[in-house]
Design a protein around this ligand. Structure first.
Ligand SMILES: Nc1ncnc2c1ncn2[C@@H]1O[C@H](COP(=O)(O)OP(=O)(O)O)[C@@H](O)[C@H]1O
Ligand SMILES: [Mg+2]
Length: 325
């Protein structure tokens, strides 16, 4: 049973890829729940499984990937076993996604307006004229000046930041319950990044939408997220309210990430990145995936995977927390 305040409940999700070297597990038991009207940031280094997790939510994984086990509960249904036709109805209408590269998500031979209107008409039984009026309103809402004129232009006439605004308009067109944004600002320059983040946050709050905000950059989440989940090697290392993550991180990995951030802010000459490399999928130790890089690892950490110890809504997968739990 999932609580009414929870819109999305991911339970022990295991996803793997079939490769020439055999089956490679990428998500190894990811669990979280997303509360109504809240933003959960999923933060992790490149290769930690952020995009695979996002694609799993809507079953948009490539054919070589499979969901081995676990549940993704949304509105009383398990998305893992939902029929393709029911899933199609949910995509866009109830759960929407924004991807990293706005340029490649738009069709270059259709006008911006045609693409927006098409999305609206695919899910709503309204006239073309009303769909067009709604599309123009949406373009205005995401801050595109001269929206009626811009409606008839093609993606190449838009900058990267404007294309991402269009993608946001498209994701919001059907007033979804959940917005999944996979590194939505990574392809943009820093000032535009800040504008786009503010826009997503404003629109999310206005609409009372829930959102999963995915990023490799912990610095970006402070102003956006209510809750943060730190992903490493396909596993949740730590999850807590955003202020707890920044003020009282408990996992040595989260502490390392924050330490690097502080050094960037202080413009230190020497940037103490966390020594070592992220685990290579399929070649991890049986214990905690962070153990080989962890300055405080115990013998046990290499042998046994720690469970998520939880106290007052703060979850940490670390044996150092065992006694305190
Ligand atoms: N098409 C694929 N074939 C095989 N392995 C893949 C494929 N796509 C992703 N992976 C594996 O899944 C891991 C997680 O990828 P991804 O979710 O894209 O990482 P992130 O978004 O966190 O950077 C990668 O390290 C890679 O090994
Ligand atoms: Mg990714």
């Amino acid at each position: 049973m999932i609580s009414p305040a929870c819109v999305l409940d991911v339970q022990d999700l295991h996803v793997s890829f079939s490769t020439e070297e055999g089956t490679v597990p990428v998500l190894k038991g990811l669990s979280y729940s997303l509360a109504k009207g809240k933003v959960l940031a999923v933060v992790g280094e490149s290769g930690s499984g952020k995009t695979v997790h996002a694609l799993s939510l809507l079953r948009l994984l490539p054919p070589t990937a499979h969901i081995d086990s676990g549940k993704i509960l949304f509105d009383g249904k398990d998305l893992v076993s939902l029929s393709p036709s029911s899933l199609r109805k949910l995509r866009g209408a109830r759960i929407s996604m924004i991807f990293q590269d706005p340029m490649s998500s738009l069709n270059p031979v259709l006008t911006i307006g045609e693409q927006l209107t098409e999305t609206i008409l695919a899910h709503r039984k309204i006239s073309k004229l009303r769909a067009k009026a709604l599309a123009v309103r949406l373009l205005k809402k995401v801050g595109i000046a001269d929206a009626a004129k811009r409606y008839d232009q093609y993606p190449f006439q838009f900058s990267g930041g404007m294309c991402q605004r269009v993608m946001i308009a498209m994701a919001l067109a059907l007033e979804p319950d959940v917005l999944i944004a996979d590194e939505p600002t990574t392809a943009l320059d820093v000032t535009i990044q800040a504008q786009i983040l503010r826009l997503i946050k404003e629109l999310q709050a206005q609409a009372g939408m829930s959102a999963v905000f995915i990023t490799h950059n912990l610095a970006l989440v402070a102003d956006v997220a209510d809750e943060v989940l730190v992903l490493y090697g396909g596993l949740c290392m730590e999850q807590a309210p955003v202020h707890t993550i920044f003020e009282k991180p408990l996992h040595p990995y989260t502490q390392g990430l924050l330490h690097s951030l502080v050094s960037i802010r202080q413009k230190a000459d020497f940037l103490p990145a966390i020594p070592g490399n992220p685990p290579v999928p399929g070649q991890e130790c049986p214990g905690c995936p962070f153990a080989p890089r962890c300055p405080r690892a115990l013998k046990k950490c290499f042998k046994e995977r720690p469970p998520l110890f939880e106290q007052d809504g703060h979850k940490v997968a670390c044996w150092l927390l065992e006694e305190k739990a």
